[in-house]
Design a protein around this ligand. Structure first.
Ligand SMILES: [Zn+2]
Length: 122
């Protein structure tokens, strides 16, 4: 799904997309001349390899997401908090790219299968 930067109003518009078994929906809002905030929830399931025993299992995902899309190059301004920004150079926000990057970030955390989680609790 693509959203044109020019068409994102200050009041925000709804978006919805999905990648494999993960759905991502929420709102895009213009927060600055070149910056659009996408906030929403990604929810669904991912196939993941347990970080403890190496078994594949289905990982449930339900995460709130806040990510910014920049029209062109984004430079951190000094003194401002570091934002989670993805740059786009052709005037369009690729919502799927945002989702893909959030999924990668989510997967980079440690996740254990049901069995290992039980072991951990003991
Ligand atoms: Zn495991």
């Amino acid at each position: 799904m693509q959203i044109e930067f020019k068409k994102v109003p200050n009041s925000g518009i709804h978006f919805e997309t999905s990648l494999d078994e993960v759905k991502f929906c929420g709102e895009v809002v213009k927060t600055d001349k070149m910056l659009v905030k996408c906030s929403g929830v990604m929810e669904g399931t991912l196939l993941h390899t347990c970080d403890r025993c190496g078994e594949s299992f289905t990982l449930a995902v339900k995460e709130s997401v806040e990510v910014f899309a920049s029209e062109g190059l984004y430079e951190d301004k000094e003194g401002e908090e570091l934002l989670n920004v993805i740059e786009f150079f052709d005037g369009f926000i690729e919502v799927d790219t945002l989702l893909q990057s959030e999924i990668e970030a989510f997967k980079s955390d440690y996740h254990y299968c049901g069995q290992c989680e039980q072991l951990q609790g003991e």
